[in-house]
Write a protein that binds this ligand. Structure first.
Ligand SMILES: [Zn+2]
Length: 287
């Protein structure tokens, strides 16, 4: 059996760019610390709205291929070598925003059979044997069909992998504490006149905001803030960055969080507010 780093973190995301926005600092921190960081992205984001005018001719498969290049550049910024597409590149396509006709495309991720899609992820889990899985909550953080489906597939794969020989000890959902979001939006309201963005987003646009008491884990990524911002900039078709803010194609400024927050939903934690996703694990034994 090949030698593996002792700490192994698996993240499951819907589109290229979600990983950098949600977990960029966490991924950079663990990669720098010698952990194996594995990212599985479920679609290539073929229906994403493109920001730079000179790239707006890219649509469908051509955009997906371009975004795979952006993802590759972002992973270089974060120091992450192991990134994959669920079932291979293009196996599942972007489903578009909830309620659009795109949701009915038989090739789209929203139409995928959850068990079949999960089996691709089980292969990755049995190979990598992660102690930690990070994904979205059951609403996908904000209701996008691909994010909801990524949640379902990740949770189902964890269940199937447990039956096939690898129980992932800790599972987390991406979160933002409400008090942190409120503080950041109060500053944003003051800073907006100096920003290149059209207007401010609202807290409801931030995925995963929950009451503070649900946060179990806080990863201080201050030391990796530059890597996170660089990774987000690498997704130039989707994101504009003006630190400490960013915007998507709607030109609405949002806070760029360099401390990232999580809710432990499976497994035992360490301290009441952990500072390490692997806290409480006996890593020697688990590896
Ligand atoms: Zn997404």
């Amino acid at each position: 059996m090949t030698e593996q780093p002792a700490r192994r973190l698996l993240l499951v995301h819907a589109h290229p760019d979600d990983e950098s926005i949600n977990n960029g600092a966490t991924m950079a921190a663990y990669a720098a610390g010698g952990a194996r960081v594995t990212l599985v992205t479920c679609t290539l984001g073929e229906l994403g709205e493109v920001i730079p005018p000179e790239l707006q001719h890219l649509t469908g498969a051509a955009l997906g291929e371009y975004r795979l290049g952006e993802l590759t550049a972002a992973m270089r910024e974060l120091g992450v070598e192991d990134f994959r597409q669920l079932g291979g590149p293009g196996r599942y396509t972007d489903s578009g925003m909830m309620g659009l006709a795109d949701n009915d495309d038989p090739a789209c991720f929203w139409q995928a059979d959850v068990d079949e899609a999960a089996r691709h992820l089980v292969e990755v889990i049995l190979e990598v044997r992660p102690q930690v899985l990070v994904t979205y909550d059951d609403n996908g953080g904000y209701g996008h069909p691909d994010h909801i489906q990524a949640h379902r597939v990740a949770m189902r794969a964890a269940e199937l992998a447990a039956g096939a020989g690898w129980q992932i000890p800790k599972i987390y959902w991406n979160r933002v504490p409400r008090s942190v979001a409120e503080g950041a939006f109060a500053r944003l309201a003051e800073d907006l006149p100096g920003l290149p963005f059209f207007k401010a987003a609202v807290i409801d646009d931030v995925p995963g905001v929950v009451p503070d008491e649900r946060i179990t884990t806080e990863i201080d990524g201050t030391a990796h803030a530059a890597a996170k911002a660089a990774a987000m900039r690498a997704h130039a078709t989707q994101i504009e960055v003006a630190e400490p803010y960013f915007a998507l194609s709607n030109e609405q400024a949002q806070p760029l969080f360099t401390t990232e927050y999580y809710e432990l939903v499976r497994g035992e934690g360490g301290e009441p507010r952990e500072a390490d996703l692997f806290a409480g694990l006996d890593i020697e034994e688990a590896s």
